[in-house]
Design a protein around this ligand. Structure first.
Ligand code: HEM
Length: 421
């Protein structure tokens, strides 16, 4: 075993799993480096399905191969989404750090079969009603407001002042929250705290406030429907209860906010650091589209996704998977699988990457298109308004967050000629 993959030195294989004797500590991996290299090392040492330990030495499988991730996500009858199937629950402490991602909630995320089709169908129908041109206009207006708030200073940190705020405001607008009100701004702030708490924040209290405000929104829209996602979910013939709609709206908002924010930032990083884009970056629509797509192949926000749970004993990539085992979808690893890139050059104009996952639970149509509108408008508007935007630090000083789940920067400092109003 190579040190670079952070294997345990003195581990005790969990009962019934000989493969976990050489398992990789996922939390200890060096995520600052190029993920494609990291996953290549793991694939070399372990094959397409690697035994791993999650926080607290909880065993799971990391699915690294493109064919294997495609197989897992398209066989719900073998690999299902309800985390209550997990055979590790007796070993999981109540304050386990990954609990927010795997703890069962009665939302679309954890439903299966016909119930999932019912819930996901309502979301798809409601998102289909979003006019993409109107969304682009709204995103542009949000972008202009955000740029105006820092544009006079000649410098800013784009993660906090721009990339996170824009999709949060845009998705709340889609759901029918009034733009610019104090109430909406409080919700944007609570969303940030609950999804990505900083020093001194209380994510649990913030999450409770998000739930209360979304419940209030649902009640408001029952009384006074409008042309928005919430009202369309309420009017759907599937007849979801208010509680179900609150759960699913929170899933939609959370699922939209974090990945889209990191998609924007990772794209801006590429545009500002890669000389292939440097020549015609400002206003260059083709280049921005190329960069957005390249990021989905090489630096996708949801690099690993937890997960699926085996319905019964089965085989995958030469491994024996036991009923109730947890599988982490290695979406970034699958995107850079040498099997699909034999020339070892990764990146294509097509969108056959697995960044939006695959199968029944994939990011529901048309969410990827709406995310594209948000990300593209955010990047283009910034480059049009601040055409001489450059990094505020040396590219080597940019650091990735030490997370195995979401690939994003700790900060993106930039400088530009102050805009005069
Ligand atoms: C408008 C923006 C977005 C919305 C409204 C949205 C919505 C959703 C929802 C509701 C789900 C749950 C689907 C289910 O369990 O049936 C989901 C799943 C997912 N989304 Fe998105 N999303 C957005 C943007 C993104 C972006 C930008 C990415 C990554 C580039 C992404 C990647 C994923 C992935 C990987 C899953 C997990 C699918 C699985 O379990 O296999 N989403 N999204």
């Amino acid at each position: 075993m190579s040190d670079t993959t952070g294997s345990r030195s003195s581990n005790t294989p969990p009962p019934g799993c000989p493969a976990h004797g050489s398992a990789v500590q996922l939390g200890g991996l060096e995520y600052q480096q190029t993920p494609s290299q990291l996953y290549r090392t793991m694939r070399r040492d372990h094959g397409a399905v690697a035994p791993v330990f999650l926080d607290g030495d909880i065993p799971a499988w990391l699915v690294l191969g493109y064919p294997e991730v495609s197989y897992v996500t398209s066989h719900d009858e073998l690999f299902a989404r309800d985390s209550r199937r997990w055979n590790q629950w007796p070993n999981i402490p109540a304050d386990w750090p990954l609990m927010p991602f795997v703890g069962y909630q009665p939302s679309v995320l954890f439903t299966e079969g016909p119930e999932h089709q019912r819930r996901a169908g309502v979301i798809t129908q409601a998102l289909e009603g979003v006019d993409q041109f109107e969304l682009a206009r709204e995103c542009q207006s949000i972008a202009e407001q955000l740029i105006a708030s820092f544009g006079g200073s000649g410098q800013t940190e784009l993660m906090s002042t721009y990339a996170h705020a824009l999709p949060a405001r845009a998705v709340l607008w889609m759901c029918g929250m009034p733009q610019g009100s104090e109430d909406t701004e409080r919700l944007v702030d609570d969303l940030r705290i609950s999804l990505d708490a900083g020093e001194g924040d209380d994510p649990v209290a913030a999450y409770m406030r998000v739930g209360e405000r979304i419940m209030q929104l649902v009640k408001e829209k029952r009384d006074r429907p409008g042309p928005d996602v919430t009202s369309r979910m309420l009017q759907d013939p599937a007849g979801l209860s208010d509680e179900e709609i609150v759960q699913d709206l929170i899933s939609v908002i959370a699922a939209a906010q974090q990945p889209t924010a990191n998609w924007i930032c990772n794209t801006l990083r590429l545009l500002l650091t890669d000389e292939r884009f440097a020549v015609n970056v400002s206003g260059g629509r083709v280049s921005v589209g190329d960069a957005l797509n390249e990021v989905l192949w090489l630096d996708t926000p949801t690099q690993n996704f937890i997960g699926r749970w085996a319905v019964r004993d089965t085989q995958l990539g030469g491994r024996l998977i036991r009923e109730g085992d947890c599988l982490v979808l290695g979406l970034a690893a699958a995107n850079t699988d040498p099997q699909i890139w034999p020339e070892s050059h990764v990146g294509a104009e097509n969108s056959s990457h697995l960044s939006f996952s695959n199968g029944e639970h994939r990011c529901p149509y048309p969410a990827p298109l709406l995310a594209d509108v948000m990300a593209r408008t955010a990047v283009e508007t910034l480059l049009e308004r601040l055409p001489d935007l450059v990094l505020g630090v040396d590219p080597s000083e940019l650091t990735w967050r030490p997370s195995i789940w979401m690939r994003g920067l700790t900060s993106l400092p930039v400088q530009f000629t102050p805009a005069v109003h």
